[in-house]
Structure formats: C-alpha cells, structure tokens
Design a protein around this ligand. Structure first.
Ligand SMILES: NC(=O)c1ccc[n+]([C@@H]2O[C@H](COP(=O)([O-])OP(=O)(O)OC[C@H]3O[C@@H](n4cnc5c(N)ncnc54)[C@H](O)[C@@H]3O)[C@@H](O)[C@H]2O)c1
Length: 338
C-alpha cells in the first residue's frame, strides 16, 4: 500500500501555498497525499486531492491547535508559509509581529507538542528570505554570512529561524529553513511585498495594464542598475518538494538554513527581457515614481549568493536569466494557466 503523507500548508490561499498544493498532488514521491490547507482566507483545494480546507486566523492559538486535530490526524510535514509580507510588516509593526512571529511560534509549538504525542518528529519547513540580511555585505553571500536584518519582516523571519534551529537541535521537530530569493513573476493581484514591483513591471504590461516602478525616474535612470536575487516560481516550487524529501542527515550545516538557488538580475535587465519577449510598446506601460523607502529596503537585500551548498543537497537553479522567466509567464498567461 502507498505510504500516506499528511501535509499541512499554512498560507495555503497565498500565491506559493496554492502552487505548492498542486505540485504536491503531482509529486510521485508522495503517492497517498492528504492535504490540510489553512489560511485566514478560505483556501481552495486542487482538483483530485484528498484535502481539508480551513479558514483559520492563526493569530488565535485555538485555531492553530485545530490544524493538528483534523480527520487526517497529525501531519508528518508542515509547510509554514503564512505571513504578512515585507512592506506590510514595515508599515504595521504590531501586525507583523503578531502574524510573522507570534502565530508562527504557535504553529511551531503545536508541531512540537503533537509530534511528541505521536512519538515522531514533524518536518517543519519554514519559508524565510533574503530580507534577513542587511548592513555591509560581501559581494557574494555564503552560508557563513551573518544575517543582520534592516527591516521588521527580516527581523521576524530571523527570530523564527533561531527557534526552528533550536527546536531541531533539541529534537522537538525536524526543521528546514528555506531562505527564498524574490520569486518572479508573481501572478494575480499585487502583493504587499516591497519587492512586489519586480513582478508587477512584467505582469501588468503583459496584461496590457500600466504599472508604477518605484525605483528610478525613467528608463535611463542609473537606479535601474539595482540588482536583486530572484528565482522563478516553477523552480522554487520544485525546490519546496525537494526540501521535504531530503533526509535530515544530509544537511551538513549546524543549522537547517538553506538559501535556495536563484540568479541575480537588475531592474534594467528585467525591462530588457520584457522588451525582448513582448516589444517596446509593452515596456512603455511602465511608469516611474521613485519611492525612497522601497529603494532603501530593496538595496539592503543581497543580490548574489554562493549556491554550492544548496546544489550539493540536490536543489535546482533557473538557467538562462530573465528572458525564459518572462517568456514562461507570457505563455502561462496566454494559456489561461494563471
Ligand atoms: N513570494 C516571494 O517572493 C517570497 C520571498 C521570500 C519569502 N517568501 C515567503 O514565502 C511564503 C509565501 O509567500 P507568498 O508570496 O505565497 O505570500 P502570500 O502573501 O501570497 O501568502 C501569504 C498568505 O498568508 C495568509 N495569512 C496572513 N495572515 C494570516 C493569518 N493571521 N492566519 C492565517 N493566514 C494568514 C494570507 O492570507 C496569504 O494567503 C511567506 O512566508 C513569505 O514570507 C516569499
């Protein structure tokens, strides 16, 4: 009989949570999948899955408990992905702490408590990001670069990382921390992330709509040479699945942190890729209005990483830079897949 895997995704109504649920359904290493999908907005289950969908505000501890008490029993894997994104946490400090720290800690404690009751370690996969870094950084961030965030979101992510590592060291959970690049091109409505414009300047023009680029004043602005560390959703979701299957002993670092592979792009290279894929008229839909707060936060994030450690663990990397990423988004848009 196929081995049952019960997977809880928090933030399952969000962009990556939704993509992950579909990818888990299609993962042939997880044949008998039971999904518990939770979000403050009622998530939708992908077709042809055994799924429980829960509308749950995870800032309420009793609702966190309910995720571990469904008819599917105690999950073997938790993807803890709910949260208030970077600009949202910067603008509303108390809400950011409540969601990105307090409620995530409650999920972590529940994973410890229910895992212990079941006599096994729950795999706890936490999505962090490059926002944990700040200050003076080396040209290339390595696994030993110290993370000192310059924003509330990065601070909240780093604080949870410390808990995940300590809980893992103590044998409470089997924690894996994925520091994500900025994932582009995001579909759907613009997000509250500071980096949201990096998707919007591709997505909105391809949909025939004008959009604002908050970096620079025009296409000639030197500010457009601002570099960022990015990855495609396709590769990132594959990496989320890989993170579930890696045996714990393969993580050779003393922490569970893995900076997922990405590539470096500038805003200018993004716009050049857009022109390459869709032409000059499409690029003209991008307007410029420089936002110093946004610019400061994005500048504090590192733009290049040493990816030898994640590659040694079997994680994947995008090949070919921005053009294939923009071309894929255009194909998905035209095929009605978004
Ligand atoms: N998308 C990126 O580029 C990126 C980069 C780095 C890290 N991450 C991390 O990856 C994860 C997923 O990102 P995403 O882009 O899918 O974000 P998203 O904003 O699309 O999804 C987050 C979800 O969390 C839910 N949520 C917020 N508050 C909640 C609460 N109190 N209770 C329950 N659910 C709540 C929201 O309703 C939303 O559906 C997040 O943890 C994010 O910090 C994403």
């Amino acid at each position: 009989m196929a081995q049952t895997s019960v997977v809880l995704i928090t933030g399952a109504a969000g962009w990556l949570g939704g993509l992950l649920a579909k990818a888990l359904r299609d993962d042939n290493q997880t044949p008998d999948l039971h999904l518990i999908l939770a979000d403050v907005v009622k998530p939708k289950a992908p077709q042809d899955t055994k799924a429980v969908t829960m509308k749950a505000d995870l800032t309420d501890p009793s609702q966190v408990q309910s995720l571990f008490q469904t008819e599917f029993g105690i999950p073997d894997t938790v993807y803890c992905m709910h949260g208030i994104m970077s600009r949202g946490s910067e603008d509303n400090f108390d809400l950011g702490i409540k969601v990105n720290f307090d409620s995530v800690r409650a999920v972590l404690d529940a994973a410890r408590q229910y895992g212990s009751a079941a006599g096994r370690l729950i795999k706890f996969i936490f999505t962090s990001g490059g926002a944990v870094y700040g200050g003076a950084l080396p040209d290339i961030v390595t696994p030993s670069t110290i993370a000192t965030p310059e924003g509330a979101y990065g601070m909240e992510k780093l604080a949870i990382e410390l808990f995940v590592n300590e809980y893992t060291r103590r044998g409470f959970i089997d924690g894996r921390i994925l520091r994500l690049p900025t994932i582009i091109v995001r579909s759907g409505v613009p997000s509250g992330a500071t980096s949201g414009f990096m998707s919007a300047i591709i997505r909105e023009p391809l949909m025939g709509r004008e959009t604002i680029c908050p970096i620079g004043d025009s296409l000639d602005s030197p500010e457009l040479d601002l570099a960022a560390w990015v990855a495609s959703p396709t590769t990132t979701i594959k990496n989320f699945i890989i993170a579930k299957h890696i045996p714990a002993e393969k993580f050779t670092s003393h922490t569970g942190v893995v900076c997922l592979p990405g590539f470096s792009t500038t805003i200018r290279q993004e716009l050049e890729a857009l022109e390459n894929v869709a032409g000059k008229d499409t690029v003209r839909l991008v307007q410029f209005r420089h936002d110093p707060v946004n610019s400061r936060i994005v500048k504090s994030w590192p733009a290049r990483f040493d990816i030898s450690y994640p590659l040694s663990l079997g994680f994947l990397v995008d090949e070919g830079g921005m053009v294939p990423v923009v071309a894929q988004f255009k194909r998905d848009l035209e095929a009605g897949n978004l």
